[in-house]
Write a protein that binds this ligand. Structure first.
Ligand code: G3P
Length: 449
């Protein structure tokens, strides 16, 4: 019937006063596998209060101590990789091996973040006034980076652990407190991960994890006056959040329609391998999945043949068996993916978030660039050619946050900047950018007589 999990607030595991539970369906069995608390707005208010109080003393905790705790959390996370990976398999049908990779990658992200935080938060700037016209050397300006306050983190279902820690770790190293609202599918993995932070010994109330229905607490959380920053990864909901949120910094990653442009001189075996990896890993449920191939007509047949041969070899089955194609996250998602594979070309523009890949034949590079740029999205893109000069020129012309030359789009390594333009997001992620984004500059000016 599904084991029930408590939510995490004030350093304790609690049952919601609502007495209600939200079921989590295992996509493979389509049966309820876990249940999580349906937290109330009142419980959110309490979490916000404690987060605010906890943040004040955390900001005064020495930077090296904050880093030490994060390193501890990172190693506990890695020690607990098996149970966390198990819940990823059951909640979101992530292939078992990839689930372990997600947890290990997350531990590495937390450690790197602690190290980077010590470096970049440990230094500030010193300016003197006489470098600006009309000023004597009578003012010394000192700058430092201070925390924002309470950061609200909302990760998506496809990387509930990794895309949660990519928000949690920068927030904490920078001296913020953190409220996590996990996706429903992925909530138990998030709770397991939060347990690792709990074991590391972070102060009470500094991290909380509230579970529940978006319809009940979603807007309430994102519009809460106690929130000083929102870091969100997900779909269209992000656009609604950005319209409703107050005057606070937002970090948003809202999906993509990553194009793969293939020129005549490309190594077609390399392209085919990357199309398979980019288009079909985790059944296409990645924001950075290759979602449209724009291939020069003269090599299109050869490429499609190579891709088809590899597609035929993909295994379809349960995540426990490390199948290449596992069940997509929900029945409605499966229906959406099937319903939209029609020749009227909506698939050429929309994000299926499934193992479906349209191939469009182009007769010029310009045509490829034009299709890529006509999209509302602008997350990543890739170009395959042996001519580096052409690759760079095409990359510069593609209106996306990142262009990969001769490889499929991907977010990682996690210290690389990661950003989308247009409907793909606001701000830039990656460890260094996230730490900076979750701080503000404070200046002190010493006025000399
Ligand atoms: O879909 C989430 C997005 O961040 C993809 O990450 O690591 O699969 O490129 P990744």
């Amino acid at each position: 019937d599904g084991e029930a999990y408590k939510y995490y607030a004030d350093g304790e595991w609690k049952k919601s006063s609502s007495g209600k539970l939200v079921p989590i369906i295992n996509p493979t069995t389509r049966k309820v596998h876990y249940k999580v608390q349906a937290c109330t707005q009142e419980e959110v208010n309490k979490v916000m209060e404690t987060a605010k109080i906890a943040q004040k003393s955390w900001a005064k905790t020495p930077l090296w101590k904050r880093a030490e705790l994060l390193h501890k959390a990172a190693s506990i996370l890695k020690e607990h990789k098996a149970p966390i990976a198990e819940s990823l398999v059951k909640e979101i049908a992530k292939p078992a091996k990839d689930a372990v990779t997600e947890v290990v990658r997350s531990g590495d992200l937390v450690s790197y973040c602690a190290e980077e935080g010590v470096r970049i938060l440990g230094e500030g700037k010193f300016l003197v006034s006489d470098s600006f016209p009309g000023n004597d050397r009578t003012k010394y300006c000192l700058t430092s980076k201070i925390p924002l306050g309470v950061v609200l983190a909302i990760p998506p279902f496809n990387y509930p652990v990794n895309l949660a820690v990519s928000k949690i770790a920068p927030a904490l190293i920078a001296g913020n407190s953190l409220v996590l609202k996990p996706p429903t599918q992925g909530a138990v993995s998030c709770l397991h991960m939060v347990h690792c932070f709990h074991l590391a010994g972070f102060p009470k109330g500094l991290i909380s994890c509230v579970t529940g229905k978006g319809s009940e607490i979603g807007d309430f959380l994102t519009m809460h006056p106690g929130v000083n920053c929102i870091s969100f990864t997900g779909g269209d909901t992000g656009i609604a959040i950005s319209k409703k949120a107050g005057m606070i910094p937002l970090q948003m990653e809202l999906g993509g329609k990553d194009a793969c442009i293939v020129l005549e001189d490309a190594d077609l075996d390399l392209v085919a391998a990357n199309i398979i990896k980019g288009g079909f890993s985790y059944s296409g449920q990645r924001c950075t999945a290759v979602k449209v191939v724009l291939v020069m007509e003269s090599v299109a047949d050869a490429l499609v043949e190579k891709v088809n041969k590899r597609v035929a070899k993909l295994t379809v089955g349960p995540p426990e068996e490390n199948s290449d194609i596992t069940p997509v996250v929900s029945e409605s998602s499966a229906n959406f993916i099937e319903d939209n594979v029609r020749p009227d070309m909506r698939i050429a523009w929309e994000e299926p978030f499934g193992p479906v890949l349209p191939v469009i034949r182009i007769t010029s590079v310009e045509e490829g660039i034009h299709h890529c740029n006509a999209s509302n999205f602008g997350l990543q893109g890739c170009v395959f050619t042996k001519d580096i000069n052409k690759a760079i020129l095409i990359g510069d012309a593609m209106e996306t946050g990142t262009v990969q030359i001769n490889s499929a789009p991907a977010r990682g390594p996690d210290h690389f900047p990661f950003q989308g333009i247009k409907d793909s997001g606001i701000g830039s992620q990656g460890i260094t950018n996230s730490i900076n984004m979750m701080t503000k500059i404070k200046t002190t000016v010493i006025n000399l007589p």
